[in-house]
Design a protein around this ligand. Structure first.
Ligand code: FO1
Length: 315
């Protein structure tokens, strides 16, 4: 029997976090799950406001996502991109024709004065999503990566340079002027469980925690806060998490993840291949629980979500 939680709040970034969002949405009724999504990857491109992590979560929850890449829409076409290329425009960021429609709708609604939270609620409803998908803030916060060759905007680093430049530090432009949205503050205030999804700690979770007030709210919250490790057997499941942990001087393991979030975590869920690490992590006064955390199928996403909710009794 899954222990139904009154209100689970999940913090996520890209593809890995979106998979857990799908699993939790399968085991929790609307109103019992709020998904707070990183918007530090957002950028203006081709005159449009692109929100990659929000779109990855929206497409994943509405079963539209491209299963191979995790981002974009399955079986999308790229005729618009071809024409953009013919006119000499940038084609390095692959926006499919249906994917473009999401950014067209978002951009026109933002221009009408709607907030990113209102726009996202509209898009989610239109896609039949009943769970709350919440941008971390309605203000602009842009992740920047300082490398040996200067400062890169997020998508230049992640997509154009294929995250190969060596990162020296990461910063979030204008984060000091940002505020958690009303919906995010309410979700965190009502939370009975807070989960850091299996997302990149530096590029997906940190931007959310950097929004003034969010880290303190979580640190001061009486409810359990657990992380699902994005590192399995010393490797990232996808993306630059392992490479960045090494470049930024952290142990590339679930122990490194637990140590990084330390003051915020009551527990961490790591993969069974790393079970021997549990004892070391427990010395940090963080409960370490080994489960199969690699999610490919819907069943695996749902089973991990259900076991997360059950293992809270052990924390
Ligand atoms: N990632 C890539 O590696 N190459 C792309 O061409 C690309 C296009 C793209 C289009 C829409 C979208 O929502 C995401 C897209 N992504 C692409 C992924 C994106 O850069 C990452 O999902 C996040 O920014 C980090 O998780």
């Amino acid at each position: 029997m899954t222990t139904l939680h009154a209100h689970v709040v999940l913090l996520v970034g890209g593809v890995g976090g979106a998979k857990l969002a799908v699993g939790l949405a399968n085991v929790l009724p609307p109103g019992a799950l709020s998904i707070i999504v990183n918007t530090g990857d957002d950028f203006e491109h081709l005159g449009l406001h692109i929100s990659p992590d929000l779109d990855t979560v929206l497409y994943s929850l509405s079963d539209l996502a491209n299963p191979q890449t995790g981002w974009g829409i399955a079986n999308d076409t790229f005729h618009a991109m071809e024409m953009v290329g013919q006119y000499g425009g940038p084609t390095w960021f692959r926006l499919g024709d249906r994917d473009l429609a999401t950014s067209l709708a978002r951009t026109s609604m933002l221009r009408e004065g709607k907030s990113l939270t209102e726009v996202t609620r509209h898009l989610a409803t239109a896609l039949g999503i009943e769970h709350a998908v919440l941008p971390m803030t309605d203000q602009s916060v842009q992740t920047r990566i300082e490398t040996g060759d200067g400062c890169l905007a997020f998508q230049e680093y992640f997509v154009r340079e294929r995250w190969q430049p060596i990162a020296q530090s990461i910063r979030f432009e204008d984060v000091e002027n940002a505020r958690p949205s009303q919906a995010v503050q309410q979700a965190l205030g009502e939370a009975t469980l807070i989960i850091f999804g299996p997302s990149n700690p530096f590029l997906s979770i940190d931007p959310i925690l950097a929004i003034p007030g969010i880290r303190d709210t979580i640190a001061g919250s009486p409810v359990p806060c657990i992380a699902v490790s994005p590192i399995i057997g010393g490797q990232a499941v996808k993306g630059p998490a392992a490479k960045l942990m090494a470049e930024l001087g952290h142990d590339v393991s679930s122990l490194g993840i637990a140590t990084y979030y330390q003051d915020l975590l009551d527990g961490i869920i790591l993969d069974t291949v790393d079970v021997e690490m549990c004892e070391e992590i427990e010395k940090l006064h963080i409960r370490a629980i080994a489960r199969n955390i690699l999610m490919t199928t819907l069943v695996e996403k749902t089973e991990l979500a259900a076991s997360l909710l059950q293992c809270i009794e052990e924390i």
